[in-house]
Each structure stands twice: as structure tokens, then as C-alpha cells.
Write a protein that binds this ligand. Sequence first.
Ligand code: ATR
Length: 273
Amino acid sequence: MINAKTKLYALIGKPVEHSLSPAIHNPLFKKYNINSVYLAFEVDDLEIAIEGVRGLKISGLNITLPYKEKILPFLDELSEEAEAIGSVNTVINRKGKLIGYNTDGIGALRALERFTNVKDKRVLILGAGGAGKAIAYTLSKLAEVVVLNRTERKAKALERFGVKGEKLNKENLSRYLTWAEIVINATSVGMNEDKSVVPEEFLRKGLVVFDIVYSPLETKLLREAKQRECLTIDGLWMLVYQGAESFRLWTGIKANIEFMRKKALEALEGGSI
Ligand code: ATR
């Protein structure tokens, strides 16, 4: 029940109306008897929004596009990974101090670990945007990582994490897909479109193919990977594991992943995105 003690958690971004996060976190608060609510706010002026967070003592935040990098100067402290990546998707309000975290990398790692071993594996990441960067940082600590990106400069910039960064083109794709044991699509290619960043003929049996795109749930990449007998992992796993990490940071509770995925699927299928 909502009462005078109810705490507020918020998503800040623009746009936010297609986010699945409220449909995941509100059922979690209920399941674990936490007197909190989660709402999405479409924000035009980030600085004013953060003043509001401080003024209203909002307990925690998720940050989405286009503010994941822009929020950094407004925070009081950053976790090690948020600082290294330069991007924040989760904020805790600890007694008035706003602390920024990034759960994208750990979310991707947990999703992968559900299906396969990651340690010392050869991992090819496609995309060096916000998500690709976070995943490259986290995986670089335990695996051998190559990042290919359309804009070569952004792939090269990740070499500071000890990964190899090169241009995303057919030749490199062919070469590194022969080398890789795991491939991750961290580009937006395939989102609400029937396109794939990987030519089907480059996919071979036994390769682990992880797409961070979750709309549609079965992207062209995953469909073709299944046809080629790859092990496939959809983007909803990444979404729920990174959300579970945020929830753990806010509440200390290790949330039930199957429950979160069920709620996310219901919201997806119910057409709320
Ligand atoms: P996110 O936060 O979801 O990662 P982003 O930061 O906008 O979103 O990153 C989008 C990624 O998809 C980038 O790596 C982008 O490549 P560029 O850095 O060259 O822009 C990649 N991307 C988008 N459209 C693409 C396309 N048609 N082909 C290849 N890569 C594409």
C-alpha cells in the first residue's frame, strides 16, 4: 500500500514511455514487501531534475538515454566501473549523497554466465556505444576481448581497457568470428527492424551468440544463429540481470531473475513498449 512512508525510485531519460523498468521494479518491491514505488520521468533539463531528486530525497534512479554520460558532473561519487566507462545507469541516494554506478557490464556478464563459461574465453563485441563500452570493460577483466565498431575511433578508445579495438567491416567480422567463442551484438542493429550486423554465413555451430537488442525478442541475428545451431541468448536476459543489479544496489536484495523475466515478458507482450 502506498502511504506516507513510501519511498520513490525513478527512471530519468527522454523518451521513457517504452521502458520496461517500471513493469519489473514495481512487482519486485511488492514481492519483497518493500514500501517503494518506481516511476518513469521524461526529463528535459537534467540539472533541474537532479535538484528535484535531492530536494525530494528520491531514493534511487535509473538513468537512460540521453543522460547516461551527461549526469556524471551532477553526482557526488562514482563507482569504479562508472568512472572507467564514463557512464551511469544507476544512482543511489545515500543520505543525500548521489552515487553513480553502471550495471550494464555486470548485467551482460551475468546473462552470459547463465548459459556458458566466460572466463578466459575469446569474446567478440560488436559496437562501442554506451552498452558496448560497459560490456567491454567488464569482460576485459576475465576474458580475451576484441571490439569492432562502425566508427573505428570509438573501438580504438577502448584499448585503454586492454581490449583490441578495430573497425567493424566484413573482413574483420569474418576474421574475428572464426577466432571468437562468444559474439555479442551491442549495436542497435536489429532493434525493431529485420536486419543483422553479422552475415549468416559467418555463424558456425557451437558459437555463443548474445544479442542485447530485446525488441524483437528474436532478432534476425538470433534467428539465423539458431538455424546455424549456435547457442543463443536474447537481450531480455541482459535487461533483467542489469535491472537485478540495480535492485540489489538499492535494496541489498538478490532478486529472482525468472520472476523479473516473466514480468518483463508480460509487459513486452502486453504491448506496453
Ligand atoms: P547504446 O547505449 O544502446 O549502446 P549508442 O551509444 O547510441 O547506444 O550505441 C549504438 C551502437 O550501435 C554504436 O556502436 C553504433 O556505432 P557507431 O559508434 O559507429 O555509431 C552502432 N550502430 C548503430 N547503427 C549501426 C549500423 N547501421 N551499423 C553498425 N553499427 C551501428
